[in-house]
Each structure stands twice: as C-alpha cells, then as structure tokens.
Design a protein around this ligand. Structure first.
Ligand SMILES: [Zn+2]
Length: 68
C-alpha cells in the first residue's frame, strides 16, 4: 500500500511538471480585442467607444482591417 502511494505521487509530480513544460502561450483571443473607433475626418481621433468626434461631432466609425 505504502509503495503504491509513493508511486502515485511520483507519477503525479511527473505529470504536473510535464503539463507545465507543455504550457504554451495562448494566442490572443479575437473577442477580447477592443474595437477602435475613429472619426472619418480626423483619423487621429480614436476612441474605444462609438462616440462622437470632439472636433466635428461626426459619429466615429469602427476601424477595421487592422489585423494583418
Ligand atoms: Zn472629426
């Protein structure tokens, strides 16, 4: 019984270290990436919310095609 227990522990720690070694950085998830909005007239005016441009009051549009 005691022997079995020790064996189980060593297997567990081996699996544990193996799992750690296999840990790969996750690719960035698309859903988490925040959308960027900017004014059609003032591309330098950017916001993470679809608000209106502070300069001209135009509705900011979602910036797309930023991922390459
Ligand atoms: Zn503007």
């Amino acid at each position: 019984m005691k022997n079995e227990n020790i064996n189980y522990l060593s297997v567990f720690s081996a699996v544990n270290s193996f799992a750690k070694a296999q840990e790969i950085p996750k690719p960035p998830q698309k859903g988490i990436q925040k959308a960027t909005y900017n004014c059609p007239m003032h591309p330098d005016k950017m916001s993470s919310d679809p608000e209106k441009c502070a300069k001209c009051g135009m509705q900011m549009i979602k910036k797309e095609g930023d991922k390459k």
